[in-house]
Structure formats: C-alpha cells, structure tokens
Design a protein around this ligand. Structure first.
Ligand SMILES: [Zn+2]
Length: 459
C-alpha cells in the first residue's frame, strides 16, 4: 500500500507573507471538522456584513504564533496559535468579525496600493491555492515550488493603521450585534492581548503588530458593551462543544504529548477523549487509538468526524476495507464535504475490493468527481483521479481513460500554478481524447488560458 496521507488534519508549507525580515514558512491545515466550525460561526457574521459567505475562503495556518489576517479581499487566515488562545466561540467570533470589518471597509485595497513588492499579490494568490492544496496529507507534493523563491516583507501592506483598526472594530461590533452574538468575547480577547504592546516588537505576538491594539480600542469596545442589546446573548450549545473539540483536536494533532498530559484518562468529557484518541494515534499507539475512536462513534453515531478519525487510523495501519466502510459513513453523514469525499474516494482506490477491481475503481472515480464538484481546485483530488483513471485504463485496456488520466494531471498542475507542465499535459490529453468531448474541451480550456497568460507575459 502506498502511504499517501498521514493526517486528516493536513499540513502544507509555503513562504509566509508576514515575516518581518526573514523568510518564514507557513504551514497550512485542511480539516473538514475545524473548517465546518469556522464557517458555521462566521456565516452569520458575513451575512451581517452583507458578504456572501460562499465568497470568503477561510485558511488555517499551523503556527503557535497568535495571528489572523485578511488577504486579497475575500480571504481570511487564522493561525492555530490564535484558535488555541481563544476560550470561547464568542472570542473567536470577535476576531472573525474584526477581520471581516477590514474586508467590508475595503482596507485591503488601500493596503495594496501601499505594497512595495509587486509580487506580493501573486504570492497571496498562490497562498490561497496552496492552502486549498493542503487537502490530504502528502503535503510535500502540493508544496513543492508553489510559492518557492518569492519573498515579501510584512511592512507596508499587512499592518493596518490605527484608524483602520478603529473602523474594523466598530464594524465588527455592528456585525456581532446583528448576528445576535455577544461582543463580550471580543472585549475578553482584547484583554488577553493587553500588555503585548508594551513589549519590544520582536516579542509581541504578530496579531498585535498587524492589528495595533490600543487603550482607545479597549475603551471603545467597553463603551459599546454598555449599550449592546446582545451582550448577554448565548450561542446555541453546539458552538461551545465545537469550540472545545477544535481545541482538543488541534492539541492532539500538533502537540500530542501535551494533549496526553492535559486530557487525562480520568477526564470523561468527549472532547478530552477525542484529544486522547488523536494523540495516541499520533504517538503510534494505534490499537488504543482505535478503541477510543470506537467508543466515540458509539457515543455519537451520527458524528461524521468520529468515523473519519477511525477510518484514518485504520487506513494508516493498513486496514483498508474497514477504513472504506467508515469513510463511507463519514461521507454519507456530511455529503457536502469535499475533503471527506476525497478521503473516501482515496480509500476506495487503495482497496482491493471484491472480485474484479473495476467496480471499486468506478466507485472511487465517482467519489473523487464529487469531491471535485464541491471544491474544484484541490490538486490532490486530481492526483487521485488521475491514478483512478489510469488504473481503469489498465483494467479495461480502454485508452480513453489513459487520456483522461493525463487530463487530470493537467488539472493538478494547473491548480498548483505549474503552468508550463499544465499546458504540456493538456495538449497531450487533447491528442488522446475525442475531439469536442467534455474532457477534450476542458483540456483545451487549460491550454488556451495558459497560452493567453504566456502571451500576456511576452508582451
Ligand atoms: Zn485589524
């Protein structure tokens, strides 16, 4: 079995746009459960800001640094260090509302004018693509060269002015109020960061450097709370448990040793046992991890993420048939998750199946196409699809599938920003595909858009 992925919560590398002086690597994380929570919490805030929730991309950066930033208009980045510092969904909602205030206020556009480095925009665009590419393990593949060689300084476009900070705060207060979320969390988070500004710059958390925090800002939110109609509002219960589980999951994955100390055997809370199951798995204690994940599944038989965890541990320990069954349950429970469809399709692809392989391959293809429909630009999904079509070509000796595999590799290269390779692969796929057929047309689209971009460059 080829070990193609290692984490459901997957990590990928790129260069950071927020390094003040030196280059810094950014690790991105894709995780269906954490993204599901962040979008659920953010959706009412985006609506309050008159922003279509579908137009915003949330990216999770794996770093112990406390930071969040917005880029290229509709992209919000949250660091795991910040997610782990927040104690409640209200505190996190405060941060989301503030970042959304920068988007709604058009602060990015002004920031762009101030950019000294022309490649900054390109880099940020690449970062979004790389963040999407983080889907499913094997981070190395999508990471290679995606943002390689580009450097950028923080100063000039990621730091907002004091007036922009004040305006983002006041917008955030309004969004929280109309979304029915208490602003107390925002004030609490400010207090957590208080004092940071008095530290030397190199010791400050990045969040304070990119979003200058002042006594004026703290005073303003306190005054707002005096008259806020929603200051005592409570979010639905599920948000508190989603928040608790997000923190448990992050700790279990990123600091498994610490998680095992913090969440002890005596701790019966679901979040605690979740953190332990993940941490045990991450430290190689597979059997105990599977036992714990089975208990979690029993306790919440309609929770897709517990099936996903169980499936992932089974997949990695070579128990592919069981992994297929559990990924199926996870994907059936949350059919709109591209990440779960992709993981399920990948497990099907690696499974031997009953008798002839072809029906398993067809099922894998179906799941991977569904993952693509839900989220079209994940390079890894295209990579798996290329493997599936390639396998089908071998089993059926039908060369159309070989050409489709080449087309899928062209899509993968295109999603990774590797234009030259994408153009060559698309041209090769077109030769094998029936002229005018769906995939021939799509391959032609890739080729034409890359030819256009090249002509633009040559001008
Ligand atoms: Zn800010």
């Amino acid at each position: 079995m080829k070990k193609l992925f290692s984490l459901a919560l997957t990590i990928i590398l790129a260069l950071s746009p927020v390094a003040a002086h030196a280059e810094q690597q950014l690790n991105f994380i894709r995780d269906a459960e954490i993204e599901n929570y962040l979008y659920s919490l953010a959706t009412p805030i985006y609506r309050a800001a008159s922003i279509d929730p579908k137009s915003v991309t949330i990216a999770i950066v794996q770093s112990s640094t406390v930071n969040a930033f917005v880029a290229e208009g509709m992209n919000e980045f949250f660091y795991t260090g910040l997610l782990q510092l927040t104690d409640s969904p209200e505190q996190l909602a405060g941060v989301i509302a503030h970042e959304t205030g920068h988007i709604a206020g058009g602060h990015l556009i002004r920031g762009k004018e101030e950019m000294r480095n022309a490649s900054a925009e390109a880099l940020l665009g690449t970062l979004i693509a790389v963040a999407a590419g983080a889907a499913t393990g094997n981070g190395g593949v999508a990471a290679t060269g995606a943002a390689g060689g580009m450097q950028i300084a923080e100063r000039g476009f990621l730091t907002f002015s004091r007036s922009q900070e004040a305006s983002a705060d006041s917008a955030a207060e309004g969004f929280l109020e109309s979304a029915g979320i208490s602003g107390r969390g925002m004030a609490e988070f400010f207090h957590k960061l208080e004092g940071q500004e008095l530290m030397p710059a190199d010791r400050q958390q990045q969040y304070v450097r990119t979003h200058p925090l002042t006594q004026d800002r703290i005073g303003a939110i306190e005054r707002f709370l005096e008259t806020s109609r929603t200051k005592d509002a409570k979010l639905p219960e599920k948000f508190y448990s989603m928040h608790e589980r997000m923190k448990a999951k992050l700790l279990g994955y990123l600091q498994p040793e610490t998680a095992l100390l913090r969440y002890t055997d005596n701790d019966a809370r679901i979040a605690a046992r979740y953190a332990r199951a993940i941490a045990l798995y991450r430290t190689g204690k597979t059997d105990r991890a599977i036992l714990l994940s089975e208990e979690l599944v029993k306790q919440e038989p309609s929770n897709p993420f517990f099936y996903e965890l169980k499936a992932q541990i089974q997949f990695e320990s070579g128990r592919i048939e069981e992994a297929v069954a559990n990924y199926k349950k996870a994907a059936d429970l949350l059919p709109e998750s591209a990440l779960l469809q992709q993981a399920y399709g990948h497990a099907l692809l690696e499974s031997k199946g009953e008798g002839k392989d072809v029906s398993r391959i067809d099922q894998a293809i179906q799941r991977l196409l569904e993952a693509n429909r839900l989220e079209p630009r994940i390079p890894m999904t295209w990579r798996f699809l290329a493997a599936a079509w390639g396998r089908k070509a071998e089993l059926t000796s039908d060369q159309d599938f070989a050409a489709m595999a080449t087309y899928a590799l062209a899509e993968e290269a295109s999603a990774q920003g590797k234009d030259k390779a994408a153009g060559a692969l698309a041209a090769r796929a077109m030769k094998g595909l029936k002229k005018g057929s769906t995939y021939w047309l799509r391959a032609q689209d890739i080729k034409l858009s890359i030819d256009d971009a090249k002509r633009e460059q040559d001008k």
